[in-house]
Design a protein around this ligand. Structure first.
Ligand code: ATP
Ligand code: SF4
Ligand code: MG
Length: 372
């Protein structure tokens, strides 16, 4: 096995959902690379295809949705071509996922400790292998000890007592930690984390991110983090991929994407982070909404919302251009922007120097101020 080969690589992945409105192109030709030990952020507004991309990696797209084309290479092996039994062995063991909504992911009918232990049993990490509920009532002491250790590692207090508690008895933050414990049970090489902190308050958000960073540093687990929060991605990740309408519109290192964004959409996302000027907070929302993915505008999908759009932007598919070594942008006008200093907004934005926790606190102040 070549060490230079990416751990995980998506090549031109496309996933569609037939609906009454037409064919929804949730993922429309996504290509990305996740290296060993790397943290890669996938950022974009609601409905731009982030979750479906992660679900497609593990072939968990629900019917009638289907993966229309592309490759998902894990250590060089195309997961889309594996038989069902083989992909089931990889799910949870080599590639684990923290799903977007913890409460609907955890089974309300079983204690959390048993659900964490299930992953160990399915992959025969402990015990005698998997047997279906409810027959599998016997918990080995080894399994229970490992589960309690996992619960403790992810910061669930009193794990011996909590082992027997049900999901509804856990707070949102604790549920999220339980999901991370399930995902980490088999020490996966890749962790797919879909908005793992969205519904949490800023303190718990910071704790969960610290936990994931520790996992990355201590175990070398590569993390694909989906978030709608570009600033959080900038704090946590090494590289960032920006998605819009099922496509990647910009990618690069954190410094490239944050300090020198080359796509108007990335710039729009950055402008949504509150600016703390000397006199007042200032947010510039992107006008309009993400398009219906069953009816994406022709040409550049962002053109109806883009203040830089030209007639040529509506003419045909826009490719990704390499705007700097390792930085790519899907914009026909990228050469116009490359030298514009006004695009380097980071230094002008005192708020950008803050931690995500501080920034979120400022954001809440802005919201409160607006509603007063
Ligand atoms: N089961 C489904 N049937 C039809 N369309 C679907 C289905 N699941 C997702 N979609 C569509 O696919 C598109 C992408 O959805 P996805 O859940 O990936 O968005 P997202 O970027 O994760 O958004 P959010 O930030 O809100 O979680 C959306 O237009 C959504 O309506
Ligand atoms: S291609 Fe045109 S419409 Fe699309 S982002 Fe660039 S300038 Fe805007
Ligand atoms: Mg999602």
């Amino acid at each position: 096995m070549s060490e230079n080969r990416p751990l995980l690589e998506l090549r031109n992945l496309a996933t569609v959902f037939p609906t009454r409105r037409g064919l929804v192109q949730a993922v429309a030709g996504v290509s990305l690379v996740l290296q060993r030990g790397e943290i890669l952020g996938v950022v974009g507004e609601s409905g731009c295809g982030k979750s479906v991309t992660l679900l497609s990696i593990l072939r968990l797209v629900s019917s009638p949705g289907r993966i229309a084309s592309g490759e998902v290479l894990f250590q060089g092996c195309d997961l889309l071509k594996l038989p069902g039994e083989a992909i089931r062995r990889i799910r949870g063991k080599d590639i684990a996922m923290v799903f977007q909504d913890p409460l609907s992911t955890l089974n309300p009918a079983f204690p959390v400790g048993e659900q964490i232990g299930e992953s160990l049993r399915i992959h025969s990490i402990v015990g005698n292998g998997w047997r279906p509920w409810p027959l599998n009532r016997t918990r080995t002491a080894e399994e229970k000890a490992r589960v309690i250790q996992l619960m403790s590692e992810v910061g669930i207090s009193s794990p011996m007592d909590r082992y027997h508690e049900y999901p509804h008895q856990f707070s949102g933050g604790m549920q999220q930690r339980a999901l991370i414990a399930i995902a980490l049970a088999c020490e996966p090489q890749v962790l797919l984390a879909d908005e793992p902190t969205t519904s949490l308050d800023v303190t718990i958000q910071a704790q969960i991110l610290d936990l994931m960073r520790r996992i990355n540093q201590e175990r070398g687990t590569a993390i694909l983090l989906v978030t709608h929060n570009l600033h959080l991605a900038a704090e946590f990740c090494q590289r960032i991929v920006v998605m819009y309408a099922g496509r990647i519109v910009e990618s690069g290192t954190v410094d490239q994407v944050i300090q020198s964004p080359q796509h108007p959409y990335t710039r729009g996302l950055l402008s949504c982070i509150p600016r703390i000027s000397t006199k007042r907070f200032h947010i510039e929302p992107i006008p309009g909404n993400v398009p219906d993915l069953a009816d994406v505008p022709p040409g550049c999908a962002f053109n109806p919302r883009c203040s830089y759009a030209q007639p040529v932007c509506q003419e045909g598919p826009v490719p990704l251009f390499e705007v700097a070594p390792g930085q790519w942008a899907r914009c026909l006008r990228h050469t116009d922007f490359t030298r514009q200093s006004e695009w380097t907004w980071f230094d002008r934005l005192p708020g950008a120097q803050l931690t995500p926790v501080q920034l979120q606190a400022h954001k809440e102040v802005v919201v409160q101020a607006r509603w007063r």
